[in-house]
Each structure stands twice: as structure tokens, then as C-alpha cells.
Design a binder for this molecule. Sequence first.
Ligand SMILES: N[C@@H](CCC(=O)N[C@@H](CS)C(=O)NCC(=O)O)C(=O)O
Length: 191
Amino acid sequence: MMQLFGSFTSPFVRHIRIALADTGLAHDFVETDYGQSAVGSPAQRVPFLRTEVSGRTLQLNDSTSILKFIRESAGESFCADVESLDLYCLINTALDTTVNLFLLEREGLTSDANPYLQRQAARIQTSLQALEDYPWPAQLPWNDAGIRLACFMDWALFRQRLDFSNYPKLLKLLNDAKAQPSFVATAPPQG
Ligand SMILES: N[C@@H](CCC(=O)N[C@@H](CS)C(=O)NCC(=O)O)C(=O)O
């Protein structure tokens, strides 16, 4: 049985949980904290996934390779064309940067004085502006770029990390995601 290791708050893990719910692939979820991920994965992060393939254990250590595995196992494709892959990468970079700044701040390191940390904060805003300007269809496409955008924005609001009021198109796209049962079912725990 496929085992997904992760937390209920991680936006990367949420994307995998959505893909598993939407494709209906059988799996177990193993709740994993930082200490356990440091032992279980060389990347020392969640998600990671273990599965049996042709009689051997395959471990995947990044949400992107896990998504490719899930999509292909279900007979689907992951970001099949270059432009959708680039869009996914841009959203993912903004998410990764936002998560890293959050974790650094939690350890007392803030972006006020340090040029590299300032550049990280600027990267998020220029990416958000590019995403606001992107020629999206009328409704959020429920593909891996669209799902990653929704997971990113919902996590940033959950952690009170970003203000999207200058990005009305993005807020509308996030609202579209709320019509997806798998998005609603995987929301981070409140309170
Ligand atoms: N590139 C990784 C990023 C995963 C990631 O950043 N996970 C966070 C949780 S949201 C984590 O486990 N961080 C632990 C740490 O940085 O020590 C992926 O896509 O899976």
C-alpha cells in the first residue's frame, strides 16, 4: 500500500492529498512531524511517499515527483506542456519562498535588515503580480498549476502571511477552488 508521510498543515502535502482524493488511488496517510521527517527523508521535509514498484520499495522525497507519480499511476499527465510547467514552477517558487520566510521568522530571523531576505520577500510580490496578470481562463483550472495556486493562497491566509487585496483575480480563483470537494476536505485544521 502506498504510504504518504505528511502533516495536516503543509500546503505541499495538501496538494498531494487532493491528487490522491481526485484520482482515488488507495493509500495510507502517516502523520509526520519535523523530527520524523528528518529521519525518514534525506530532504528532511514533508511530503515524502513510499510505495512498492516491481517488488522494490520506491521512496519519493518531493511533492513534484510524487505528483508526477500519482498522475501517471492514474493514467493522467503532470504539467504536460512547457507553459503549464513554468506556471506551476512560478507558483511553487512563491510558495516555497513564503514557507521558508515563515519558518525563519518563527526562529526569530526577520526580513527587515538582511538583503537576501528582502529579495525573498520581493520575489513573492513580483510572482504574485505576474500570476495576477496571467491570462487565466474564467474559472480556476483544476490542474496541478491551479491546485498549487489554491493550496499556496489558502495556506498563506491560514498562517496570515500575505495580504492578497491587491490581487483580486487571484482571490477570485481561490474562491473557485472552494467548489472542489477535495479542496474543502483537505483544509488546514482551524483553532
Ligand atoms: N520542495 C518540497 C518542499 C516541502 C516543504 O517545504 N515542506 C515543509 C512543510 S510545509 C517542511 O517539511 N519543512 C521542514 C523544514 O524546512 O525543516 C516539496 O515540494 O515537497
